[in-house]
Design a protein around this ligand. Structure first.
Ligand code: WT7
Length: 653
C-alpha cells in the first residue's frame, strides 16, 4: 500500500465571491494574516466581541495538555451576552425568533420577549433548587422554549444536557444518569409529520430509572393527555408566573456550559463537555465570519435540531450573541408538502440558510419544481454541515436554491470542536464544489499520514488539529482517560478528529468521511466519499452510499446503494442498464480501481437521527450478515426496502 488514502476525484470548477458581498464582507482576507502573525492575540480580539464582567489574565493555558484553559481568570454570563446587552443597547424590539410551528401556527419573539422569558425560567429553576454547576436535561421539540431553557441554565450557571427529542426512553435515561441531572425540561409533545408526537410519556418512562431527577418541568405544546405525578410541574404555572426580573451573575470562563452526547453508533455515548468563554467566543465569531451575518438586515435560518451541536452553536449561542433575527421551524420538510422549506424562506425573506447535505440530496431527489415554485431571491449565503457534500449536490444547492450566484460555505466541524473549524469565508474564498477549503483564521488543521507526517499537496490521510482552539471540548464528562485515548493518542501532540481528508494541488482541504469507513481494495485505501460523489455526479443519481464488503480476491470490494432522481425510470431492463452505466461512469471518473463490484438501486438509505448514513448496516447487507440493531434508524422499513433491492439486484460478475 503506497498511499495513506487515495486521491481520485478531480474538480476544476471554481466560484469567486460576488463582488458586492466581498466589498461589504464582515471578514476580509487580512484576518488570515492577522491570526497567523499572533494566534492568541487574534482570539483575544474576537473574545472582545463579547461583554466580560472581568477581563482574563491569560488567553490560553496549555501547560497541561490536552486539558486547555482559555481566557483564564475572565468572567462573563452567556445569557447576558445573548440577550441583556442587546436590550440594553436599545434593540429590545428587534425580532429574535420568527417561530413557525409545523401545523402553521406562528410566534414572534423580540429580544425583550426572549429576555423576559429567560429571566422567568431562570427564577423558576432557582426556586426548584437548581444551582450553578447542577445539570439540567432538556428534552423538547423545536419550540422557542428550547432556546429559553438553554439560556436560563446558562444564566444561572447550570450545565444543560440537551437530548434530541427523537431519542428513546433508554437513550434519555442513560444520558440523565451519566450526568446525574436534577431536573428535566420537556413538553407534552411536539408536531412531527402532521401529528402530535408524545414526549412526556417517554420522559416518564426514562425518569423511572433516574433517582437524581427531582422535578420534571413540562411545556404545554400539543394539549394532549399526559400522566401526572408529584414531581411534575407545568411550565405555564411555574415559569410564566415567575418574576421577569433576574440579574445575571458572571461565571468563570471555564465554568461548564453544557454537555452534549455524541451519537456514537456502537459504543457508549460520550458526554462532550463545553465551557463558557472560549466556546462563546468561537461560536460568536464564526457566526459573524462564516455567514457574514449582518444583524440589522439579515434573516438567518439554520434547519438543524436544537438537540445537535449545530442547534446549540448556530441556533442559540452564535446567532443570539450577535443579535441576529432568525427563523426557527418545528417540523419536517415535507409537511404538508415537499415545498415547505421554500415557502418558509419566501415568507420570512430568509437571507442566510444553513442546512445539511442529507437534506440537499433529498431535495434533489424530490425534484427541482419545489424550490422553483417559491421566491428564493432573498438568499445571499448558503451553508452546509454534517457530512461531506458531494460536488454535484453542492452545484444543485447553488443553482436551485442560490439562484446561481450565492456563495456556498461547506463548514467542517464536530460536536467536539464546538464551532466551525474549516470553511470558506463567503466574501474572501473562491470556492470549489465539495471542498471545505481552508481552516478558519486562528485554526490550525492539517492532513497527516500513518506516522503523523504532514502529507504534501495532492495527498490524502488523516485530518488533525495541531493547536488548541477556544471552543474545543474540555473533556468527556466523567472520563478524562477516554478523552485522552479517543482524541489525543493516535498522533502525539495532535487532536485526531477521526475523519479522512486530502489536500488538493492548491492545498485546499477535502473531507473524505470517517476513517472507519475507508475501503481497502486491492491494497488501495479508497474513501467512500469519493465513490459516492462520482455516483452523484451522474445525472440520474440523487444520493449514494458506498461500503466495502469482504471479497475473496480484492480484500474488500465496493458495493454501492444508489437512490435515483425522482424522474428516472428504473423498471426492469432500464434499471439493469442504469446500473451498468453507473459502474462504467465511476470507473471513468475515478479510475478502474474504484469501479463498484455491485450497485443496488434503492428508494431510501438508512440514516442516523442526525441524517448521517449508517454504513455499518449497509455493510451487513452487503455481506449478507443478519441485521443488527435498527432502532436508531429514521425509518426502520428502509432496511427491508434495501434487503428487497438486494435480493432482486444482480451483480454482473
Ligand atoms: C462529523 C461530526 C458539526 C455539526 C454536525 C455534526 C462529519 C461534519 C462536515 C463537512 C465533511 C463533515 C465529520 C465529523 N462532518 N461536517 N462539512 N464535511 N464531513 O456533528 O455529529 O459531531 O459529527 O460529521 O465526519 O467528524 P457531529
Amino acid at each position: 500500500m503506497s498511499e495513506t488514502l487515495a486521491n481520485l476525484l478531480q474538480e476544476n470548477r471554481r466560484f469567486e465571491p460576488p463582488a458586492a458581498l466581498a466589498d461589504a464582507a464582515n471578514v476580509k482576507a487580512d484576518a488570515y494574516e492577522e491570526a497567523d502573525a499572533d494566534r492568541l492575540a487574534f482570539w483575544a480580539k474576537q473574545a472582545h466581541r463579547l461583554d466580560w464582567a472581568k477581563e482574563w489574565d491569560q488567553v490560553l493555558d496549555w501547560s497541561n495538555p490536552p486539558f486547555a484553559k482559555w481566557f483564564v481568570g475572565g468572567e462573563l454570563n452567556v445569557a447576558y451576552n445573548c440577550l441583556d446587552r442587546h436590550v440594553a443597547a436599545g434593540r429590545g424590539d428587534k425580532v429574535a425568533i420568527h417561530w413557525e410551528g409545523e401545523p402553521g401556527d406562528t410566534r414572534t419573539l423580540t429580544y425583550a420577549d426572549l429576555h423576559a422569558l429567560t429571566c422567568q425560567a431562570a427564577n423558576a429553576l432557582a426556586d426548584l433548587g437548581v444551582r450553578a454547576g447542577d445539570r439540567v436535561a432538556i428534552y423538547l421539540p423545536m419550540i422557542p422554549e428550547a432556546a429559553v431553557a438553554m439560556l436560563a441554565c446558562a444564566r444561572i450557571g447550570a450545565t444543560h444536557s440537551v437530548v434530541f427529542g427523537g431519542f428513546s426512553a433508554d437513550a434519555l435515561s442513560g444520558r440523565i444518569q451519566d450526568a446525574s441531572a436534577k431536573v428535566v425540561i420537556t413538553a407534552d409533545g411536539g408536531y412531527r409529520r402532521g401529528k402530535p408526537s408524545g414526549l412526556k410519556t417517554i420522559v416518564d418512562e426514562a425518569v423511572a430509572q433516574c433517582p437524581t431527577i427531582e422535578h420534571v418541568l413540562v411545556v404545554r405544546r400539543t394539549g394532549q393527555e399526559v400522566a401526572w405525578s408529584e414531581r411534575d410541574l407545568w411550565w405555564h404555572e411555574t415559569v410564566e408566573t415567575a418574576s421577569t426580573e433576574h440579574e445575571a451573575q458572571p461565571f468563570d470562563a471555564e465554568h461548564p456550559l453544557f454537555i452534549l452526547y455524541t451519537s456514537g453508533t456502537t459504543a457508549k455515548p460520550k458526554g462532550i463537555l463545553h465551557t463558557t468563554g472560549g466556546y462563546l467566543t468561537q461560536a460568536s465569531y464564526t457566526q459573524h465570519a462564516v455567514f457574514d451575518l449582518k444583524p440589522e438586515t439579515d434573516v438567518y435560518w439554520c434547519t438543524a435540531d436544537i438537540g445537535w451541536v449545530t442547534g446549540h452553536s448556530y441556533i442559540v449561542y452564535g446567532p443570539l450573541s450577535n443579535g441576529a433575527t432568525q427563523v426557527m421551524y418545528e417540523g419536517t420538510p415535507d409537511t404538508p408538502h415537499k415545498g415547505r422549506f421554500w415557502d418558509i424562506v419566501d415568507k420570512y425573506g430568509v437571507t442566510i440558510l444553513y442546512t445539511a447535505p442529507t437534506l440537499i440530496r433529498t431535495m434533489m431527489k424530490w425534484g427541482d419544481e419545489f424550490p422553483a415554485a417559491a421566491n428564493l431571491s432573498s438568499l445571499r449565503v448558503l451553508g452546509s454541515v454534517g457530512e461531506p457534500i458531494n460536488p454535484e449536490a453542492w452545484m444543485w444547492y447553488r443553482k436551485n436554491i442560490g439562484h446561481d450566484n450565492t456563495p456556498v460555505v461547506d463548514t467542517w466541524w464536530q460536536t467536539e470542536t464546538g464551532a466551525i473549524m474549516i470553511s470558506p469565508l463567503p466574501g474572501v474564498t473562491g470556492t470549489k464544489p465539495g471542498s471545505a477549503m481552508r481552516p478558519l483564521p486562528g485554526i490550525s488543521a492539517d492532513v497527516v499520514d500513518d506516522e503523523g507526517k504532514s502529507v504534501p499537496n495532492g495527498g490524502g490521510g488523516f485530518l488533525v488539529l495541531r493547536e488548541p482552539w477556544p471552543s474545543m471540548l474540555r473533556t468527556i464528562w466523567g472520563d478524562d482517560q477516554r478523552f485522552i485515548d479517543t482524541y489525543w493518542s493516535r498522533f502525539p501532540g495532535m487532536y485526531f478528529a477521526g475523519d479522512g481528508a486530502k489536500k488538493d494541488d492548491d492545498g485546499d482541504l477535502w473531507l473524505l468521511g470517517r476513517v472507519d469507513d475507508v475501503m481497502l481494495v486491492s491494497g488501495h485505501n479508497i474513501s467512500t466519499t469519493e465513490v459516492e460523489s462520482a455516483l452523484v455526479s451522474h445525472p440520474s443519481v440523487a444520493e449514494a452510499a458506498v461500503v466495502g464488503a469482504t471479497d475473496p480476491t480484492t480484500g474488500q470490494a465496493i458495493v454501492a446503494f444508489t437512490i435515483p432522481r425522482g424522474s428516472v425510470d428504473t423498471a426492469g431492463d432500464a434499471g439493469e442498464a442504469l446500473i451498468k452505466e453507473l459502474r462504467d461512469h465511476v470507473a471513468k471518473t475515478l479510475g478502474p480501481i474504484a469501479k463498484p463490484r455491485q450497485i443496488m438501486l434503492v428508494a431510501e438509505l438508512p440514516k442516523t437521527r442526525s441524517g448521517k448514513i449508517m454504513r455499518r448496516l449497509l455493510r451487513d447487507v452487503a455481506e449478507h450478515r443478519s441485521l443488527g440493531d435498527v432502532t436508531t434508524l429514521q425509518d426502520s422499513t428502509v432496511m427491508d426496502l434495501i434487503s428487497d433491492g438486494m435480493k432482486s439486484a444482480k451483480s454482473d460478475e
